[in-house]
Design a protein around this ligand. Structure first.
Ligand code: 26Q
Length: 819
């Protein structure tokens, strides 16, 4: 692929930028200043492509996607943009000539972390694939002043540090004040009748904020296509008039100023957990209203002000229920501002909106109290009420006299607005994110909706972008793959199956294993620098990195480490290959048990890492502040991928795919996309354990199981559990881990004990580990397995996922951009 970047021009530009931005010559510039200067220089080139892309979209009137998401977990842009501009060599050389190292410069960029975990990172992968495939798309989100907190580990505990990502200014964003718009909160609904007797609704007595968009370029790979991530900032609407002696005005001005300041202040750090906070509801409406107003205006401009066929050119994809207000807001715009009838507005809305479900966890379902919803958004609430009234009528017509159906399916029920129901009723498509997950939605969680409207339901198994997670994250392996099979995999990942030719070739095996080793050395160095722990790159790197959540069962993993440690202590000659157990996880700031689990992992690490008697056979490392930038280093270095959620709970998982692509074996349950990974790689090349989703669901229907029986019958498990309450890992405070012990054994700590079947799956998990221990020691067999994992990962590119969304949901038009 050829780049448009000219070396001499780039060098001149960098020097010029350093001068005008910082009043410095290049030899005086700090790495941060060089990062800024390079980024601005590249942005110049990107902007030409960006403008050309938009001209082409306008010229061809191509159907455009608006991906509505509260989260975009982008990770660093500089390195990715360089790769997608195919300018790696040019930029690297120019920087070297100026006396700088590209990696060091890339490391200056803060991680834009406007997301929590899987859902936000999926949105980022989708944007990369959309641009690379040439589909017109906007990501629409919030420009949080503070993104996902940075994690500090102090005395084994997590401390949250604000993520001030905008501190030095972010060079890739552009403020677009000309697209600012007004978003209204509170007040009351007004009704007026026109000469024909038709009612017109409006709002009065409200407070408003000015939504100001910032655009970030999303660079497609080597195709000159640049899409837009549009994130909204909030500003006070009226410059506050200090001369005003009108007390009411003054009060209002202050309130509006505060509203604007608070709204975009911080990302809620909850993952898979709903917090019914008023500010969160404001955030949702704020970015939805601003995004939809702009989308409708843009469409109108291109179509003589006539919105009636908007669905032919526009699709809104709702990333979970967080943006599901879009259904009601679009109705409001079409009726109150465009003067359409309910029926006309409803037709457009339900042909534009589509909804993706990412979870079946009950505690993640959004339900807003009517009182809060109607006070904050009176007009939107009135529209939701009417959507609900009409939908309940439909239920009654379909199932006459069936009151249970209404109770189960209504949008407004029991004093609450159920956002998932609003999203389903207002959408033409409802999709799950992996085969198993979609099946569970259809057969269990959303069964009533599936029965009434089966045509809406479909599956779109998640994917990841190989450009960030192989090409950028693992240059050694990326180059090796390219040498073997050409670089076609970069835009066509299924090509990677050509590696199957090499999986039993001794020389290729050597090369592959050597690359893995070098990546383990790179990670070991990172761990030494950041944690001060020495790890042996020849040991098995067994890795679990993801948000901390009980259903993901980091607890199972660490309890098992404790189990192995006990075994090694009592049988020092036990045949056991040295292992490094690596964890990385942020806990939601208010999630006490998750935070205690982090403390447990660190306490176990302290004891084991300092026990000379086991000859370094086990090391435990908790990597502080797991995020996109260090994830790239971690995936490349993993031997074993821990994907051990309680079956049925993990909708898909995407980390599992990143490990697979980088040549790690999955140690996992039959949950989420693990099921499909197993299908692709074959049962000899993955290690599967534990209960199935059906078994879990059956137990749940029958009130759980009895963990006490396992506790009583299994001495080794009992020993591990007793170590939670006898001070073995917390001599200063033997009671420290009592809550975790209780969660596993005592029904009084929650309705059921061991809700996530940790003890039930324990021995099966242990066997899986013993299997891995054995496989690793046959290096030929192991090389075959991990190479098969890379070779079989073709399905899991987000390019495939996006193509399926386009073919089956969005029907977007492709654009090609010539410069
Ligand atoms: C809701 C209300 C108030 C505050 C926060 C939230 C909230 C925020 C984030 C609820 C859920 C989330 C995130 C969910 C999430 O990341 N789900 C994951 O989505 C991935 C992409 O589809 C899947 O791979 C994972 O299985 C799923 O857990």
């Amino acid at each position: 692929m050829k780049t448009t970047i000219d070396k001499a021009e780039l060098k001149k530009q960098i020097i010029y930028n350093v001068k005008t931005l910082y009043r410095k010559t290049i030899d005086e510039a700090t790495p941060q200043q060089v990062f800024q200067a390079v980024s601005y220089a590249l942005k110049d080139d990107i902007i030409d492509q960006w403008i050309a892309t938009h001209k082409e979209i306008e010229r061809t009137d191509a159907k455009t996607l608006y991906y509505l998401s509260m989260e975009f977990l982008m990770g660093r842009a500089l390195g990715n943009n360089i790769l997608n501009l195919c300018a790696q060599d040019e930029v690297k050389e120019v920087l070297e000539e100026l006396g700088f190292d590209l990696n060091t410069i890339e490391d200056q960029e803060p991680d834009p972390a406007l997301g929590n975990g899987g859902l936000g990172r999926l949105a980022a992968c989708f944007l990369d694939s959309l641009a690379t495939l040439g589909y017109p798309a906007y990501g629409c989100g919030i420009r949080y002043k503070y993104g996902m907190f940075a994690q500090k580990i102090e005395d084994g505990y997590q401390r949250e540090v604000p993520d001030d990502w905008l501190r030095d200014g972010y060079p890739f964003e552009i403020r677009r004040a000309e697209y600012a718009c007004e978003v209204k909160f509170g007040g009351y609904v007004t009704v007026t009748k026109d000469e024909t007797g038709r009612e017109h609704f409006g709002q009065a007595g409200y407070q408003s904020v000015r939504a100001v968009p910032y655009d970030l370029p999303i660079v497609g790979y080597g195709n000159n296509v640049v899409n837009t991530l549009r994130i909204w900032d909030a500003e006070p609407i009226n410059t506050f008039n200090l001369d005003s002696f009108d007390k009411g005005d003054y009060q209002k001005a202050v309130e509006q100023e505060n509203l604007a300041k608070n709204i975009v202040e911080v990302l809620y750090p909850n993952d898979n957990h709903y917090a019914g906070k008023e500010l969160r509801l404001k955030q949702q409406y704020f970015f939805i209203s601003a995004s939809l107003q702009t989308a409708v205006n843009k469409y109108k401009k291109a179509h003589n002000g006539d919105v009636t066929k908007m669905y032919e050119k526009v699709a809104f994809q709702m990333n979970d229920t967080h943006p599901s207000m879009a259904v009601a807001e679009l109705m409001r715009i079409l009726m109150d501002e465009e003067n359409l009838t309910w029926e006309a507005a409803w037709e457009i809305t339900t042909k534009c909106c589509a909804y993706t479900n990412h979870t079946i966890m009950a505690e993640a379902l959004e339900k807003w109290p009517i009182e809060l919803f109607s006070r904050l958004l009176p007009r939107i609430y009135g529209i939701v009420e009417e959507i609900n009234r009409r939908f309940v009528e439909e239920i009654e017509a379909t199932y006459p006299g069936n009151h249970e159906k209404i109770a189960k399916m209504a949008i407004i029920y029991d004093g609450q607005v159920r956002m998932a129901h609003l999203a389903i009723v207002g959408s033409y498509s409802v999709n799950g994110v992996a085969k198993l997950h979609t099946e569970i939605l259809e057969k269990q969680e959303l069964k009533d909706f599936y029965q009434m409207m089966p045509e809406k339901f479909n599956n779109k198994t998640n994917g990841i972008t190989q450009r960030r997670f192989l090409l950028h994250a693992n240059p050694l392996l990326a180059n090796w793959v390219t040498d073997k099979i050409s670089d076609a995999w970069i835009t066509n990942l299924p090509e990677i199956s050509k590696l199957k030719l090499f999986v039993d070739d001794p020389k290729s095996q050597q090369e592959f294993m050597n690359i893995k080793y070098q990546n383990k050395v790179r990670l070991a160095k990172y761990i030494k620098e950041h944690n001060g722990i020495d790890v042996d790159p020849r040991s098995i790197f067994d890795v679990q990195v993801k948000r901390l959540h009980e259903y993901k069962r980091q607890l199972l993993n660490i309890l098992h480490v404790m189990y192995i440690y006990n075994e090694l202590k009592s049988h020092p000659d036990m045949e056991y290959y040295p292992h490094t157990f690596i964890f990385g996880a942020k806990a939601a700031a208010g999630y006490r048990r998750a935070k205690l689990t982090i403390k447990l992992i660190n306490s176990v690490a302290d004891v084991i890492n300092n026990d000379k008697s086991i000859n370094g056979k086990i090391k435990v490392v908790f990597i502080e502040n797991y995020r996109v930038s260090n994830a790239e280093i971690i995936f490349a270095a993993a031997d074993v991928s821990e994907q051990i959620s309680t079956a049925s709970k993990e909708a898909s998982g995407t980390g599992n795919m990143k490990f697979m692509l980088n040549g790690a074996i999955t140690c996992g349950t039959l949950d989420g996309a693990n099921v499909e990974i197993l299908e692709e790689v074959g049962k000899d090349n993955a290690v599967i354990f534990g209960m199935t989703a059906d078994e879990v669901i059956n137990y749940e229907k029958n009130g759980g199981y009895d963990p006490m029986q396992i506790f009583n019958e299994n001495q080794e498990i009992r020993q591990v559990l007793m170590q939670l309450i006898n001070g073995f890992y917390s001599p200063q405070d033997p009671e420290l881990f009592r809550d975790i012990y209780n969660s596993l054994l005592n029904t009084y700590s929650s309705d059921r004990a061991d809700t996530y079947f940790i003890l039930k799956d324990f021995m099966s998990y242990h066997e899986a580990h013993m299997k891995i221990n054995e496989l690793y020691q046959d290096q030929t067999r192991w090389a075959h397995i991990v190479m098969m994992n890379t070779a079989c990962s073709g399905k899991f590119t987000s390019d495939r996922t996006i193509q399926q969304y386009v073919d089956e949901i969005w029907e977007l038009d492709k654009v090609t951009v010539e410069l």
